[in-house]
Design a binder for this molecule. Structure first.
Ligand SMILES: Cc1ncc(C[n+]2csc(CCOP(=O)(O)OP(=O)(O)O)c2C)c(N)n1
Length: 570
Protein backbone atom coordinates (compact mmCIF):
# COMPACT_ATOMS: atom_id res chain seq x y z
CA UNK A 1 0.00 0.00 0.00
CA UNK A 2 1.88 3.03 -1.25
CA UNK A 3 0.68 6.32 0.17
CA UNK A 4 1.86 9.42 1.97
CA UNK A 5 2.65 9.67 5.66
CA UNK A 6 -0.37 11.93 6.09
CA UNK A 7 -2.82 9.56 4.44
CA UNK A 8 -1.47 6.60 6.38
CA UNK A 9 -1.83 8.46 9.67
CA UNK A 10 -5.47 9.21 8.92
CA UNK A 11 -6.15 5.58 8.00
CA UNK A 12 -4.52 4.37 11.22
CA UNK A 13 -6.65 6.80 13.23
CA UNK A 14 -9.81 5.64 11.49
CA UNK A 15 -9.00 2.04 12.42
CA UNK A 16 -9.21 3.27 16.01
CA UNK A 17 -12.59 4.90 15.31
CA UNK A 18 -11.36 8.48 15.29
CA UNK A 19 -14.15 10.58 13.82
CA UNK A 20 -12.95 14.06 14.62
CA UNK A 21 -9.74 16.05 14.52
CA UNK A 22 -9.75 19.31 16.47
CA UNK A 23 -7.19 21.38 14.67
CA UNK A 24 -6.42 24.73 13.19
CA UNK A 25 -5.09 24.69 9.66
CA UNK A 26 -1.36 24.98 9.15
CA UNK A 27 1.09 24.24 6.38
CA UNK A 28 2.76 21.73 8.69
CA UNK A 29 -0.49 19.75 9.08
CA UNK A 30 -2.02 20.16 5.65
CA UNK A 31 -1.42 16.63 4.34
CA UNK A 32 -3.21 15.15 7.34
CA UNK A 33 -6.11 17.57 7.03
CA UNK A 34 -6.37 16.87 3.30
CA UNK A 35 -6.79 13.13 3.83
CA UNK A 36 -8.97 13.53 6.88
CA UNK A 37 -11.32 15.71 4.89
CA UNK A 38 -11.29 13.33 1.92
CA UNK A 39 -11.96 10.29 4.09
CA UNK A 40 -14.80 11.74 6.14
CA UNK A 41 -12.97 12.56 9.35
CA UNK A 42 -14.54 15.81 10.48
CA UNK A 43 -12.17 18.68 11.16
CA UNK A 44 -13.23 21.18 13.79
CA UNK A 45 -11.11 24.28 14.15
CA UNK A 46 -10.93 25.55 17.73
CA UNK A 47 -10.08 29.20 18.28
CA UNK A 48 -7.50 28.09 20.84
CA UNK A 49 -5.70 24.74 20.83
CA UNK A 50 -6.26 24.33 24.58
CA UNK A 51 -9.99 24.39 23.91
CA UNK A 52 -9.50 21.88 21.08
CA UNK A 53 -8.20 19.36 23.63
CA UNK A 54 -11.20 20.10 25.87
CA UNK A 55 -13.49 19.44 22.87
CA UNK A 56 -11.85 16.05 22.28
CA UNK A 57 -12.21 15.38 26.02
CA UNK A 58 -15.92 16.22 26.01
CA UNK A 59 -16.45 13.96 23.00
CA UNK A 60 -14.69 11.11 24.79
CA UNK A 61 -16.80 11.58 27.93
CA UNK A 62 -19.93 11.08 25.85
CA UNK A 63 -18.76 8.19 23.67
CA UNK A 64 -15.82 6.43 25.30
CA UNK A 65 -13.92 6.91 22.02
CA UNK A 66 -10.68 8.90 22.06
CA UNK A 67 -10.37 11.62 19.44
CA UNK A 68 -7.51 13.70 18.08
CA UNK A 69 -6.41 17.24 18.84
CA UNK A 70 -3.62 18.68 16.71
CA UNK A 71 -1.39 21.68 17.11
CA UNK A 72 0.93 23.39 14.69
CA UNK A 73 4.67 23.36 15.35
CA UNK A 74 5.81 25.58 18.20
CA UNK A 75 3.03 27.70 19.71
CA UNK A 76 0.09 25.62 18.45
CA UNK A 77 1.54 22.59 20.18
CA UNK A 78 2.47 24.59 23.28
CA UNK A 79 -1.14 25.71 23.61
CA UNK A 80 -2.23 22.08 24.02
CA UNK A 81 0.10 21.43 26.92
CA UNK A 82 -2.03 22.74 29.78
CA UNK A 83 -5.09 20.83 28.70
CA UNK A 84 -2.93 17.71 28.31
CA UNK A 85 -2.10 18.16 31.99
CA UNK A 86 -5.83 18.40 32.69
CA UNK A 87 -6.62 15.29 30.62
CA UNK A 88 -3.98 13.39 32.59
CA UNK A 89 -5.57 14.36 35.91
CA UNK A 90 -9.04 13.55 34.59
CA UNK A 91 -7.98 10.16 33.14
CA UNK A 92 -9.07 11.16 29.66
CA UNK A 93 -7.43 9.53 26.66
CA UNK A 94 -6.94 12.15 23.97
CA UNK A 95 -4.57 11.63 21.09
CA UNK A 96 -2.49 14.78 20.74
CA UNK A 97 -0.55 15.28 17.54
CA UNK A 98 1.91 18.06 16.87
CA UNK A 99 4.15 18.98 14.02
CA UNK A 100 7.75 20.05 14.54
CA UNK A 101 10.51 21.69 12.53
CA UNK A 102 12.63 19.64 10.13
CA UNK A 103 14.98 17.00 11.47
CA UNK A 104 18.17 19.03 10.93
CA UNK A 105 16.70 22.19 12.42
CA UNK A 106 15.76 20.25 15.51
CA UNK A 107 19.22 18.82 15.99
CA UNK A 108 21.15 22.01 15.22
CA UNK A 109 22.88 23.87 18.03
CA UNK A 110 21.15 27.18 17.52
CA UNK A 111 19.29 29.72 19.58
CA UNK A 112 16.01 31.36 18.62
CA UNK A 113 14.73 29.00 15.98
CA UNK A 114 11.47 30.05 14.38
CA UNK A 115 8.39 28.13 15.61
CA UNK A 116 10.55 25.80 17.63
CA UNK A 117 10.71 24.66 21.23
CA UNK A 118 11.47 21.22 22.70
CA UNK A 119 7.78 20.29 23.04
CA UNK A 120 8.27 16.53 23.08
CA UNK A 121 10.17 16.76 26.37
CA UNK A 122 7.43 18.92 27.85
CA UNK A 123 4.68 16.47 26.93
CA UNK A 124 6.49 13.49 28.41
CA UNK A 125 5.46 14.37 31.95
CA UNK A 126 1.67 14.62 31.61
CA UNK A 127 1.31 12.04 28.85
CA UNK A 128 1.30 8.28 29.18
CA UNK A 129 3.34 8.09 26.00
CA UNK A 130 5.14 10.71 23.93
CA UNK A 131 7.17 10.00 20.81
CA UNK A 132 8.51 11.56 17.68
CA UNK A 133 7.90 9.79 14.37
CA UNK A 134 11.11 10.38 12.43
CA UNK A 135 10.37 8.11 9.51
CA UNK A 136 7.16 6.80 7.89
CA UNK A 137 8.54 3.32 8.54
CA UNK A 138 7.85 3.75 12.27
CA UNK A 139 4.46 5.37 11.91
CA UNK A 140 2.24 2.29 12.31
CA UNK A 141 4.05 1.00 15.39
CA UNK A 142 4.08 4.37 17.10
CA UNK A 143 0.39 5.10 16.48
CA UNK A 144 -0.55 1.65 17.74
CA UNK A 145 1.60 2.11 20.82
CA UNK A 146 -0.09 5.46 21.42
CA UNK A 147 -3.57 3.92 21.45
CA UNK A 148 -2.36 0.93 23.45
CA UNK A 149 -0.97 3.21 26.13
CA UNK A 150 -3.88 5.67 26.10
CA UNK A 151 -6.47 2.95 26.56
CA UNK A 152 -4.76 0.32 28.68
CA UNK A 153 -5.11 0.56 32.45
CA UNK A 154 -6.15 4.00 33.63
CA UNK A 155 -6.77 5.99 30.43
CA UNK A 156 -4.78 9.13 29.73
CA UNK A 157 -3.44 11.44 27.03
CA UNK A 158 -0.64 10.60 24.60
CA UNK A 159 1.39 12.87 22.37
CA UNK A 160 2.83 12.20 18.91
CA UNK A 161 5.09 14.55 17.06
CA UNK A 162 6.42 14.43 13.52
CA UNK A 163 8.89 16.38 11.43
CA UNK A 164 6.49 18.26 9.17
CA UNK A 165 8.63 17.77 6.08
CA UNK A 166 7.75 14.06 6.05
CA UNK A 167 3.98 14.53 5.93
CA UNK A 168 3.88 14.16 2.13
CA UNK A 169 6.60 11.52 1.84
CA UNK A 170 5.41 8.36 0.10
CA UNK A 171 6.09 4.95 1.54
CA UNK A 172 5.13 1.31 1.02
CA UNK A 173 3.07 0.41 4.05
CA UNK A 174 1.97 -3.10 5.06
CA UNK A 175 -1.75 -3.93 5.37
CA UNK A 176 -3.53 -2.16 8.22
CA UNK A 177 -4.03 -4.22 11.38
CA UNK A 178 -7.21 -4.52 13.40
CA UNK A 179 -6.91 -3.04 16.92
CA UNK A 180 -7.89 -6.42 18.38
CA UNK A 181 -4.58 -7.80 17.08
CA UNK A 182 -2.40 -5.33 18.91
CA UNK A 183 -4.38 -4.30 22.02
CA UNK A 184 -5.58 -6.67 24.70
CA UNK A 185 -9.36 -6.83 24.86
CA UNK A 186 -10.73 -6.02 28.32
CA UNK A 187 -11.49 -9.04 30.45
CA UNK A 188 -13.43 -9.82 33.62
CA UNK A 189 -12.31 -11.02 37.03
CA UNK A 190 -11.55 -14.62 37.97
CA UNK A 191 -14.38 -16.78 39.28
CA UNK A 192 -13.13 -17.01 42.88
CA UNK A 193 -12.84 -13.24 43.14
CA UNK A 194 -16.35 -12.78 41.73
CA UNK A 195 -17.74 -15.35 44.17
CA UNK A 196 -16.13 -13.54 47.09
CA UNK A 197 -17.51 -10.17 45.99
CA UNK A 198 -21.00 -11.61 45.56
CA UNK A 199 -20.79 -13.23 48.98
CA UNK A 200 -19.84 -9.91 50.60
CA UNK A 201 -22.81 -8.24 48.92
CA UNK A 202 -25.16 -11.09 49.85
CA UNK A 203 -24.20 -11.07 53.51
CA UNK A 204 -24.13 -7.32 54.04
CA UNK A 205 -27.05 -5.93 56.02
CA UNK A 206 -26.38 -2.38 54.97
CA UNK A 207 -24.54 -2.28 51.69
CA UNK A 208 -24.10 1.16 50.19
CA UNK A 209 -23.14 1.78 46.57
CA UNK A 210 -20.69 4.50 45.61
CA UNK A 211 -20.55 5.39 41.90
CA UNK A 212 -17.25 6.71 40.59
CA UNK A 213 -16.34 8.25 37.27
CA UNK A 214 -15.56 4.78 35.90
CA UNK A 215 -19.30 4.07 35.75
CA UNK A 216 -20.17 7.09 33.62
CA UNK A 217 -17.01 7.13 31.51
CA UNK A 218 -17.63 3.53 30.49
CA UNK A 219 -21.31 4.32 29.90
CA UNK A 220 -22.38 1.67 32.40
CA UNK A 221 -25.39 3.57 33.73
CA UNK A 222 -27.84 0.75 32.99
CA UNK A 223 -25.76 -2.01 34.52
CA UNK A 224 -25.00 0.09 37.56
CA UNK A 225 -28.70 0.85 38.09
CA UNK A 226 -29.60 -2.81 37.77
CA UNK A 227 -27.15 -3.67 40.54
CA UNK A 228 -28.48 -0.77 42.62
CA UNK A 229 -32.04 -2.05 42.18
CA UNK A 230 -30.96 -5.56 43.08
CA UNK A 231 -29.32 -4.39 46.30
CA UNK A 232 -32.02 -1.85 47.11
CA UNK A 233 -29.84 0.27 49.39
CA UNK A 234 -28.72 3.88 49.18
CA UNK A 235 -26.54 5.08 46.34
CA UNK A 236 -24.08 7.95 46.58
CA UNK A 237 -21.72 9.24 43.91
CA UNK A 238 -18.38 10.95 43.79
CA UNK A 239 -18.43 14.22 41.85
CA UNK A 240 -17.04 12.44 38.79
CA UNK A 241 -19.67 9.71 39.12
CA UNK A 242 -22.56 12.18 39.00
CA UNK A 243 -25.13 10.93 36.49
CA UNK A 244 -24.53 7.23 37.22
CA UNK A 245 -28.04 7.33 38.66
CA UNK A 246 -30.53 10.21 38.37
CA UNK A 247 -30.48 12.30 41.50
CA UNK A 248 -34.27 12.05 41.66
CA UNK A 249 -34.01 8.24 42.01
CA UNK A 250 -35.49 7.02 45.31
CA UNK A 251 -32.16 5.42 46.27
CA UNK A 252 -29.89 8.37 45.52
CA UNK A 253 -28.55 10.57 48.30
CA UNK A 254 -26.09 13.41 47.88
CA UNK A 255 -22.89 12.23 49.53
CA UNK A 256 -22.41 15.53 51.34
CA UNK A 257 -25.97 15.89 52.57
CA UNK A 258 -26.88 15.03 56.15
CA UNK A 259 -28.93 12.09 54.85
CA UNK A 260 -26.05 10.89 52.68
CA UNK A 261 -23.64 11.07 55.58
CA UNK A 262 -26.11 9.26 57.81
CA UNK A 263 -26.45 6.44 55.28
CA UNK A 264 -22.69 6.22 54.94
CA UNK A 265 -22.20 6.02 58.69
CA UNK A 266 -24.84 3.30 58.96
CA UNK A 267 -23.41 1.17 56.16
CA UNK A 268 -21.56 -2.08 56.89
CA UNK A 269 -20.31 -2.46 53.32
CA UNK A 270 -19.27 0.28 50.90
CA UNK A 271 -19.22 -0.95 47.31
CA UNK A 272 -17.11 1.45 45.28
CA UNK A 273 -17.58 0.99 41.54
CA UNK A 274 -15.09 2.66 39.22
CA UNK A 275 -13.79 4.97 41.91
CA UNK A 276 -10.36 5.36 43.41
CA UNK A 277 -11.79 7.34 46.34
CA UNK A 278 -10.62 10.78 45.21
CA UNK A 279 -9.64 13.54 47.60
CA UNK A 280 -13.08 15.18 47.30
CA UNK A 281 -14.47 11.96 48.79
CA UNK A 282 -12.03 12.33 51.69
CA UNK A 283 -9.98 9.51 50.18
CA UNK A 284 -12.72 7.23 51.46
CA UNK A 285 -11.21 7.70 54.91
CA UNK A 286 -12.13 11.16 56.14
CA UNK A 287 -15.39 12.91 56.92
CA UNK A 288 -18.33 10.54 57.15
CA UNK A 289 -16.24 7.65 55.91
CA UNK A 290 -14.18 7.80 59.09
CA UNK A 291 -17.15 7.69 61.41
CA UNK A 292 -18.60 4.41 60.27
CA UNK A 293 -20.08 1.31 61.78
CA UNK A 294 -17.51 -0.93 63.44
CA UNK A 295 -16.07 -3.43 61.02
CA UNK A 296 -17.46 -1.74 57.92
CA UNK A 297 -16.01 -3.43 54.87
CA UNK A 298 -14.97 -1.97 51.55
CA UNK A 299 -15.43 -3.78 48.25
CA UNK A 300 -14.04 -2.17 45.12
CA UNK A 301 -14.70 -2.79 41.42
CA UNK A 302 -11.55 -1.52 39.72
CA UNK A 303 -10.28 -1.90 36.17
CA UNK A 304 -6.68 -0.94 36.90
CA UNK A 305 -4.81 -2.92 39.56
CA UNK A 306 -2.39 0.01 39.95
CA UNK A 307 -5.17 2.17 41.35
CA UNK A 308 -6.64 -0.22 43.87
CA UNK A 309 -5.71 0.35 47.49
CA UNK A 310 -3.74 3.56 46.92
CA UNK A 311 -6.12 6.12 48.38
CA UNK A 312 -7.95 3.68 50.59
CA UNK A 313 -7.33 0.10 51.71
CA UNK A 314 -9.93 -2.44 50.62
CA UNK A 315 -11.25 -5.69 51.99
CA UNK A 316 -11.71 -7.11 48.55
CA UNK A 317 -11.05 -5.77 45.07
CA UNK A 318 -12.57 -7.15 41.93
CA UNK A 319 -10.02 -6.40 39.22
CA UNK A 320 -11.38 -6.38 35.71
CA UNK A 321 -13.20 -4.43 33.08
CA UNK A 322 -16.19 -2.86 34.87
CA UNK A 323 -18.60 -3.85 32.13
CA UNK A 324 -17.66 -7.50 32.64
CA UNK A 325 -17.37 -7.51 36.43
CA UNK A 326 -20.81 -5.90 36.82
CA UNK A 327 -22.25 -8.69 34.65
CA UNK A 328 -20.33 -11.34 36.54
CA UNK A 329 -21.52 -10.19 39.95
CA UNK A 330 -25.13 -9.82 38.78
CA UNK A 331 -25.01 -13.37 37.40
CA UNK A 332 -23.55 -14.65 40.66
CA UNK A 333 -26.30 -12.95 42.67
CA UNK A 334 -29.07 -14.37 40.51
CA UNK A 335 -31.64 -16.31 42.48
CA UNK A 336 -29.87 -15.57 45.77
CA UNK A 337 -31.45 -13.94 48.79
CA UNK A 338 -29.69 -10.79 49.95
CA UNK A 339 -29.44 -9.93 53.65
CA UNK A 340 -29.71 -6.19 52.86
CA UNK A 341 -32.29 -4.33 54.93
CA UNK A 342 -32.67 -0.66 54.44
CA UNK A 343 -36.15 -0.08 55.79
CA UNK A 344 -35.30 3.52 56.57
CA UNK A 345 -34.24 4.38 53.01
CA UNK A 346 -37.53 6.20 52.22
CA UNK A 347 -37.03 8.28 55.37
CA UNK A 348 -33.46 9.06 54.40
CA UNK A 349 -34.60 10.16 50.95
CA UNK A 350 -37.42 12.24 52.43
CA UNK A 351 -34.89 13.72 54.86
CA UNK A 352 -32.62 14.67 51.99
CA UNK A 353 -35.50 16.40 50.20
CA UNK A 354 -36.53 18.27 53.34
CA UNK A 355 -32.93 19.27 53.91
CA UNK A 356 -32.74 20.74 50.41
CA UNK A 357 -36.04 22.54 50.80
CA UNK A 358 -34.86 24.04 54.09
CA UNK A 359 -31.63 25.18 52.43
CA UNK A 360 -33.62 26.73 49.60
CA UNK A 361 -35.92 28.46 52.06
CA UNK A 362 -32.94 29.98 53.85
CA UNK A 363 -31.39 31.55 50.76
CA UNK A 364 -30.99 35.18 51.86
CA UNK A 365 -32.54 38.15 50.13
CA UNK A 366 -29.84 39.84 48.09
CA UNK A 367 -29.66 42.90 45.90
CA UNK A 368 -29.00 40.86 42.77
CA UNK A 369 -29.99 37.25 42.11
CA UNK A 370 -28.45 34.75 44.54
CA UNK A 371 -26.44 32.11 42.57
CA UNK A 372 -28.30 29.31 44.40
CA UNK A 373 -31.57 30.85 43.23
CA UNK A 374 -30.18 30.86 39.69
CA UNK A 375 -29.63 27.08 39.95
CA UNK A 376 -33.14 26.46 41.33
CA UNK A 377 -34.76 28.47 38.53
CA UNK A 378 -32.49 27.09 35.80
CA UNK A 379 -33.38 23.55 36.87
CA UNK A 380 -37.04 24.30 36.08
CA UNK A 381 -36.23 25.32 32.51
CA UNK A 382 -33.36 23.06 31.43
CA UNK A 383 -34.77 19.86 29.87
CA UNK A 384 -34.39 16.77 32.07
CA UNK A 385 -32.46 14.91 29.40
CA UNK A 386 -29.91 17.68 28.84
CA UNK A 387 -26.21 16.99 29.01
CA UNK A 388 -25.00 19.24 31.83
CA UNK A 389 -21.52 20.71 31.61
CA UNK A 390 -20.13 22.63 34.55
CA UNK A 391 -17.35 25.18 34.93
CA UNK A 392 -16.47 27.79 37.54
CA UNK A 393 -15.57 28.17 41.20
CA UNK A 394 -18.38 28.61 43.72
CA UNK A 395 -20.77 27.98 40.84
CA UNK A 396 -19.89 24.30 41.32
CA UNK A 397 -21.21 24.26 44.89
CA UNK A 398 -24.43 26.06 43.97
CA UNK A 399 -24.97 23.50 41.20
CA UNK A 400 -24.31 20.51 43.46
CA UNK A 401 -26.79 21.78 46.03
CA UNK A 402 -29.61 23.00 43.84
CA UNK A 403 -29.39 21.77 40.27
CA UNK A 404 -30.49 18.16 40.46
CA UNK A 405 -28.79 15.93 37.89
CA UNK A 406 -31.50 14.07 36.02
CA UNK A 407 -29.76 12.91 32.85
CA UNK A 408 -26.94 10.39 32.50
CA UNK A 409 -24.49 13.02 31.43
CA UNK A 410 -22.65 15.43 33.67
CA UNK A 411 -19.30 16.73 32.44
CA UNK A 412 -16.88 18.53 34.71
CA UNK A 413 -13.16 18.39 35.43
CA UNK A 414 -13.98 16.98 38.83
CA UNK A 415 -10.40 16.30 39.90
CA UNK A 416 -8.41 19.14 38.36
CA UNK A 417 -11.14 21.82 38.42
CA UNK A 418 -9.77 23.42 35.28
CA UNK A 419 -11.48 26.78 34.69
CA UNK A 420 -12.15 27.33 31.00
CA UNK A 421 -12.83 23.68 30.18
CA UNK A 422 -16.61 24.18 30.00
CA UNK A 423 -17.18 25.59 26.53
CA UNK A 424 -14.81 23.05 24.94
CA UNK A 425 -16.42 20.14 26.82
CA UNK A 426 -19.86 21.39 25.75
CA UNK A 427 -18.81 21.60 22.10
CA UNK A 428 -17.40 18.04 22.26
CA UNK A 429 -20.57 16.81 23.99
CA UNK A 430 -22.88 18.36 21.41
CA UNK A 431 -20.80 17.00 18.51
CA UNK A 432 -20.98 13.55 20.11
CA UNK A 433 -24.68 13.52 20.88
CA UNK A 434 -26.10 15.27 17.83
CA UNK A 435 -28.04 18.49 17.50
CA UNK A 436 -31.25 17.04 18.94
CA UNK A 437 -29.88 16.35 22.41
CA UNK A 438 -30.00 19.48 24.58
CA UNK A 439 -26.62 20.49 26.00
CA UNK A 440 -26.36 23.08 28.73
CA UNK A 441 -23.24 24.72 30.13
CA UNK A 442 -23.51 26.20 33.62
CA UNK A 443 -20.54 28.48 34.08
CA UNK A 444 -19.06 31.24 36.17
CA UNK A 445 -18.20 34.43 34.29
CA UNK A 446 -14.54 34.00 35.16
CA UNK A 447 -14.49 30.51 33.68
CA UNK A 448 -16.37 31.68 30.59
CA UNK A 449 -13.78 34.36 29.91
CA UNK A 450 -11.02 31.87 29.18
CA UNK A 451 -12.48 30.69 25.88
CA UNK A 452 -15.32 33.04 25.00
CA UNK A 453 -14.08 33.02 21.39
CA UNK A 454 -15.24 29.38 21.11
CA UNK A 455 -18.81 30.67 21.02
CA UNK A 456 -18.03 31.35 17.36
CA UNK A 457 -17.06 27.66 16.99
CA UNK A 458 -20.56 26.78 18.24
CA UNK A 459 -22.10 29.12 15.69
CA UNK A 460 -19.88 27.88 12.84
CA UNK A 461 -20.92 24.30 13.51
CA UNK A 462 -24.54 25.09 14.27
CA UNK A 463 -24.35 23.53 17.74
CA UNK A 464 -27.28 24.73 19.86
CA UNK A 465 -25.50 24.64 23.24
CA UNK A 466 -27.18 26.84 25.85
CA UNK A 467 -24.66 28.65 28.03
CA UNK A 468 -26.01 29.92 31.37
CA UNK A 469 -23.64 32.39 32.98
CA UNK A 470 -23.51 33.04 36.70
CA UNK A 471 -22.32 36.59 36.20
CA UNK A 472 -21.17 38.03 39.51
CA UNK A 473 -18.57 40.13 37.73
CA UNK A 474 -15.91 38.44 39.81
CA UNK A 475 -13.75 35.41 40.36
CA UNK A 476 -16.24 34.57 43.10
CA UNK A 477 -14.26 31.85 44.86
CA UNK A 478 -11.18 34.08 45.00
CA UNK A 479 -13.17 37.12 46.06
CA UNK A 480 -14.12 35.18 49.19
CA UNK A 481 -10.49 34.47 50.05
CA UNK A 482 -9.43 38.06 49.37
CA UNK A 483 -12.13 39.50 51.58
CA UNK A 484 -11.22 37.07 54.33
CA UNK A 485 -7.51 37.79 54.32
CA UNK A 486 -7.29 41.39 53.02
CA UNK A 487 -10.73 42.82 53.61
CA UNK A 488 -10.87 43.93 49.98
CA UNK A 489 -10.75 42.33 46.56
CA UNK A 490 -7.50 42.84 44.65
CA UNK A 491 -7.99 42.22 40.95
CA UNK A 492 -10.73 39.67 41.50
CA UNK A 493 -13.58 41.70 40.07
CA UNK A 494 -14.39 42.45 36.43
CA UNK A 495 -16.00 45.36 34.61
CA UNK A 496 -19.58 44.69 33.58
CA UNK A 497 -19.64 42.93 30.22
CA UNK A 498 -22.69 42.22 28.04
CA UNK A 499 -21.92 38.60 27.19
CA UNK A 500 -25.41 38.27 25.72
CA UNK A 501 -24.60 40.96 23.18
CA UNK A 502 -21.31 39.26 22.32
CA UNK A 503 -23.26 36.04 21.72
CA UNK A 504 -25.64 37.89 19.42
CA UNK A 505 -22.83 39.64 17.61
CA UNK A 506 -21.28 36.24 16.93
CA UNK A 507 -24.52 34.99 15.40
CA UNK A 508 -26.11 33.30 18.42
CA UNK A 509 -29.08 34.01 20.68
CA UNK A 510 -28.55 36.20 23.75
CA UNK A 511 -30.59 36.80 26.92
CA UNK A 512 -29.84 39.26 29.70
CA UNK A 513 -31.55 38.53 33.02
CA UNK A 514 -31.62 40.68 36.13
CA UNK A 515 -34.52 39.27 38.14
CA UNK A 516 -35.16 35.70 39.29
CA UNK A 517 -38.58 35.47 37.65
CA UNK A 518 -37.03 36.14 34.22
CA UNK A 519 -34.71 33.12 34.43
CA UNK A 520 -37.17 30.39 33.42
CA UNK A 521 -38.62 32.17 30.37
CA UNK A 522 -35.16 33.29 29.24
CA UNK A 523 -33.69 29.78 29.49
CA UNK A 524 -36.74 28.33 27.71
CA UNK A 525 -36.36 30.85 24.90
CA UNK A 526 -32.68 29.95 24.67
CA UNK A 527 -33.46 26.25 24.20
CA UNK A 528 -36.20 27.07 21.72
CA UNK A 529 -33.88 29.30 19.67
CA UNK A 530 -32.37 26.25 17.96
CA UNK A 531 -28.97 27.88 17.78
CA UNK A 532 -26.11 28.58 20.20
CA UNK A 533 -27.48 30.68 23.01
CA UNK A 534 -26.14 32.51 26.02
CA UNK A 535 -28.23 33.47 29.03
CA UNK A 536 -26.42 36.02 31.13
CA UNK A 537 -27.77 36.10 34.66
CA UNK A 538 -26.60 39.02 36.77
CA UNK A 539 -25.98 37.58 40.23
CA UNK A 540 -24.97 39.06 43.54
CA UNK A 541 -21.27 39.68 43.98
CA UNK A 542 -21.37 39.87 47.77
CA UNK A 543 -22.79 36.37 48.22
CA UNK A 544 -19.36 34.83 47.65
CA UNK A 545 -17.95 36.32 50.83
CA UNK A 546 -20.98 37.17 52.95
CA UNK A 547 -22.53 33.70 53.08
CA UNK A 548 -20.93 30.27 53.23
CA UNK A 549 -21.59 28.36 50.00
CA UNK A 550 -23.91 25.36 50.25
CA UNK A 551 -22.39 22.19 51.69
CA UNK A 552 -19.04 23.95 52.02
CA UNK A 553 -18.37 22.45 55.42
CA UNK A 554 -19.26 18.87 54.49
CA UNK A 555 -17.62 19.07 51.10
CA UNK A 556 -14.38 20.84 51.80
CA UNK A 557 -14.33 21.65 55.51
CA UNK A 558 -11.73 18.99 56.14
CA UNK A 559 -9.58 20.34 53.28
CA UNK A 560 -8.39 23.14 55.54
CA UNK A 561 -5.83 20.86 57.15
CA UNK A 562 -3.51 18.67 55.15
CA UNK A 563 -5.94 15.95 54.08
CA UNK A 564 -3.27 13.51 52.97
CA UNK A 565 -1.60 13.70 56.35
CA UNK A 566 -4.95 13.32 58.07
CA UNK A 567 -5.86 10.36 55.90
CA UNK A 568 -2.56 8.69 56.71
CA UNK A 569 -3.59 8.63 60.37
CA UNK A 570 -6.86 6.82 59.69
C1 LIG B 1 -7.34 27.51 34.90
C2 LIG B 1 -7.58 27.86 36.32
N1 LIG B 1 -7.08 29.01 36.82
C3 LIG B 1 -7.30 29.33 38.12
C4 LIG B 1 -8.03 28.51 38.94
C5 LIG B 1 -8.27 28.92 40.39
N2 LIG B 1 -9.68 29.32 40.60
C6 LIG B 1 -10.58 28.46 41.12
S1 LIG B 1 -12.10 29.11 41.24
C7 LIG B 1 -11.62 30.57 40.57
C8 LIG B 1 -12.61 31.68 40.36
C9 LIG B 1 -13.69 31.26 39.42
O1 LIG B 1 -14.51 32.35 39.07
P1 LIG B 1 -15.83 32.13 38.23
O2 LIG B 1 -15.58 31.21 37.10
O3 LIG B 1 -16.41 33.43 37.91
O4 LIG B 1 -16.76 31.29 39.22
P2 LIG B 1 -17.38 31.69 40.65
O5 LIG B 1 -16.38 31.36 41.71
O6 LIG B 1 -17.70 33.15 40.59
O7 LIG B 1 -18.56 30.82 40.74
C10 LIG B 1 -10.24 30.55 40.30
C11 LIG B 1 -9.49 31.68 39.71
C12 LIG B 1 -8.50 27.29 38.38
N3 LIG B 1 -9.20 26.41 39.08
N4 LIG B 1 -8.29 27.01 37.07
Amino acid sequence: MRMTFGERLVRLLQKERVELIFSQGDLSLVEIQKHADARGVKIVCPRHEQAGVFMASGYYCMTGRPQVAMGAMGPGVANMLSSAVCAAQENIPVILIGSRRQYDTNLAVRRNRWLHAPMLEMFREPCKFAACIDTPGHLDDIVREAFRQALTGTPGPVYLEFDYSIQSREWDFPPLLEPASYRVAPSGADAASVAKAAEMIRNAHRPLLLAGSGVVRNRLHEKFRRLADRIGGPVIASLGGTGAIPECDSKYLLQFSEAGMQALRASDLVIGIGTNFPEMDGYGRLGSFSRGADGRKVLVFEADPHMAGVNRPFDHVLVGDLDRTLDQVMAELEGKVLAARWDELPQLKAGYRTEREAMAASIPETEHIHPSRLMIEARKAVPDDAVVVLDGGLTILHKIAFFEQRSDDFLYTSTFSHLGSGLGYAIGAQLASGRERPVCLLTGDGALGFHLAEFETLVRHGLPVVVIVNDDRALGAEMASHMKSMGKPVETTFSPVRYDQIARAMGGHGEYVETADEIVPAVKRAFAAGKPALVQVVTDQQVSYLYPPPYAEALIGWLENDPAAAAAQV
